[in-house]
Design a protein around this ligand. Sequence first.
Ligand SMILES: O=C(O)C(=O)C[C@]1(C(=O)O)C=C[C@@H](O)C=C1
Length: 426
Amino acid sequence: MHTLSPPYSNALSYLHRGSEPTFRVVPTRITVKCGYGFESSSFSQGVGSTRTDWQSACAILSSKVDSQNEDSNPAAAGENIAAVNGHKSAVTDLNLVHVSGEKTLPPKPLTISDLSPAPMHGSQLRVAYQGVPGAYSEAAAGKAYPNGEAIACDQFEVVFQAVELWIADRAVLPVENSLGGSIHRNYDLLLRHRLHIVGEVQLPVHHCLLALPGVRSEYLTRVISHPQALAQCEHTLTKLGLNVAREAVDDTAGAAEFVATNNLRDTAAIASARAADLYGLQILADGIQDDPNNVTRFVMLAREPIIPRTDRPFKTSIVFAHDKGTSVLFKVLSAFAFRNISLTKIESRPHRNRPIRIVDDDKNEGTAKHFEYMFYVDFEASMAEVRAQNALAEVQEFTSFLRVLGSYPMDMTPWSPSASPSSRGE
Ligand SMILES: O=C(O)C(=O)C[C@]1(C(=O)O)C=C[C@@H](O)C=C1
């Protein structure tokens, strides 16, 4: 059992003073029994020193607004995906009633291990990713959990549900690319779901142009791939004289598979060299990303947060909303700047519960319509550091909603570019 050090738990108690979460506890088999529900009592009494306290506290620091998408019930929606790639949901396997001799015993209370055992020491972690084998997300899952079993999911939503329903133990999810920018859908999903960021990996992304054996680039009328991959190769495709139609599909390796299974001689896919191998395609051009340092950042997700530490570089990801006033963003950012905490990322997304604020002005000049946002910020500090706790305590004063998505070790693996200029024919 982990315990929190006193300064940390004190600071969190302070952060919670007077803030009652308005999240509804969703009464589903999986979410409630596995501890997804957030009991308001644990907030009103401040944060204690147990791991459970910390887990609840980490999930929601404060919420004066309703949860985003309260109407979405991932676990219920997930009834449709009782099996993913042959991995049966634990729910379908439960044997709830125990009978012994002539006496029928009252049902034994369920424990977490009944639902799905957490991997024992040495057993394989099941890691969900979006795409098919050969996708960069699969490679990222392998980098994050080298001994894990990668579980392919067709949609990002399914990746979240796979972990929520205990079909998988972790998820690995792309959030941003150095050329293509943020993967917005995943920012929205991070907010809608209750998983925690427990790590990050940065993967050099080296794209290839793939076609059926014998096909030459003159035959091509179409290039298909994941929209991010198309964006990352746009200039190079033009330089190669490939002014043909671009079409977006769900993932890069899926594009390669599509070309192969449909025997398409007029279509090329942008995907990895491993996808070429897996689906029997030839590499027409290698290293076609517009920048050799092309890198995608993935986050690792789990049902439970990790305990933040100070013995190695940590990053913390938060999301917040504010009621009104543009200076709020300045004040929030100042809370970090004054404490010498570097921000590594800021992203805004529409506030889906309240996308527009109507302001009638006093001078009778009409009605202003302001767009409302959720802001996502990553900063370089651990939640175990007092300066980070104080910064968030200050941020909370200016915000109507604040949630810590996770405090996790930074990926510090030595840099190796995805391609050298020579391999790109420059
Ligand atoms: O399509 C894939 O192979 C993916 O893993 C998805 C994805 C993405 O969403 O950004 C991952 C890395 C690359 O940036 C391109 C595509």
